[in-house]
Design a protein around this ligand. Sequence first.
Ligand code: PGA
Length: 258
Amino acid sequence: MKKIYLYGNWKMNMLPEEGEAFCRSLADRITGSLYGSDLVDICLFPPFLTVPSVLKALPGSPVSAGAQDGYFEDRGAYTGAVSMDMVRSAGCTHVLAGHSERRHIFGETDEIVAKKLRKALDVGLKAVLCFGETLEERESGKTIQVVQNQLLSAFQSVPGEHAQDLILAYEPVWAIGTGKNASPDDAQEVCAFAAKLASGTFGGQSRIPVLYGGSVKDSNAGELLSRPDIHGALVGGASLKVDSFLAIYENYRKLSAG
Ligand code: PGA
């Protein structure tokens, strides 16, 4: 069985006490199981203020924590911003960059995303670069072109020696939070394209994982994760309950065990 990345993006959900309760229950469920093995990599992305209580509830567990965002400047007069160094020193090992909600609600451009990505990697974080097309772009046959532009713009800011800390997440905008997931074939096509573009840019040895995100849940996870170029899932809604989050991996495992 291949290694699966099971990443949960809590968005603006989960008070500190709720995050702590989630993690205590998650830690109980995964103790002594396959989850501690190299076959599953679990990371949670709580809101900033929930990170400490998540970390408090996870010592000794194989689950890591990441931030949903971080700014590209080191310090200074940037009201409301949190630097990548702050993210790292709070105990996060990962950070998202370029999530579609950051791009579309908060107006982040490819240029801003590239700067954030660079800073994240420079401070030693693993960066999950999110990319994906809108419905209009898909319907007008522009998916590959849009995805290629987003990826190449971001890749330019990644020094080759940091490529091993890069993770890609294909998240079609129209599939996020809508209950409509990309079909496994469509997701596979774009993820394979992204993987090829990454290995063309960083060298064939780079093996950068590509996750799929957009309405992933237990009922569609098995099929999606079984595709050869989909290495995991970035999960929003279904990551808010321990049962629905773990069911994503369990369904994949059932399907691949035949
Ligand atoms: P969703 O969100 O699973 O709720 O569609 C995914 C994401 O935005 O990462």
